[in-house]
Design a protein around this ligand. Sequence first.
Ligand SMILES: C[S@@+](CC[C@H](N)C(=O)[O-])C[C@H]1O[C@@H](n2cnc3c(N)ncnc32)[C@H](O)[C@@H]1O
Length: 230
Amino acid sequence: MSANPQSSSKGRRPSWRYRLRRPALWLNRWTVERWFDCWFGVETGQLVPLGGLTIPRGDRSLGNHYEPTRVLGLWWLFRALRPLCPPGGAFVDLGCGKGRVLLLASGAGFNVLRGVEFARELCEVARRNCAIYKARRGLACEFQVLEGDVAQFAICAEDQVFFLFNPFGAPVLQQVLDNLSASVRAQPRRVLLVYANPVHQELVQAQSWLHKVLDQSAMGHHFVVYSNEI
Ligand SMILES: C[S@@+](CC[C@H](N)C(=O)[O-])C[C@H]1O[C@@H](n2cnc3c(N)ncnc32)[C@H](O)[C@@H]1O
């Protein structure tokens, strides 16, 4: 039986298998999200609005609330990044929230997993999650969660892969891109910029030194990856 209603004969209703596909996919995602937190004893799933959080630095009105990238999306992404990633180096999640991306990036061969987050309470949860996950998996890599505004984050020479899950508005993204460009000019190296659900993609596309190397929708996310191709 075909799962595609287009291929069924005219006037027929979609098959029950087709009608069950969407809820089954949703259930699958929901189960994996829950399983990840339960299995590793971490808490990354719950969405958190920024109102009520302690944000000493940065413009709260330009930030988006905490919402994690889906586990299945991250599994897909890190497999796809494998052939593109420079070896070793540091992975940086700009607006890391509770640190889920750092946890999953630890399986991709980075020496350092660095998260920058301006909400104090989220930093505390991220640090706890990283410590639990590291002990649970017996990992040798280093996790760092830095409290602060990404626009002020001092990018260093070992930072090679940068991740954004639509964390903030255009002015902050523009500042981050300027900082990244200055860092690459000062310390020439190959970098990758992963932009998930790229709402302000036009700002990245305007950077003549960056080229799109991957553009794919997977597991409920749209991932676009840019590189300077050094
Ligand atoms: C959509 S969540 C993404 C969380 C995580 N990167 C993930 O994909 O699972 C965006 C996060 O960016 C943080 N954020 C927003 N603006 C920021 C800024 N200017 N500096 C640091 N963090 C920021 C928010 O507090 C929130 O936790």
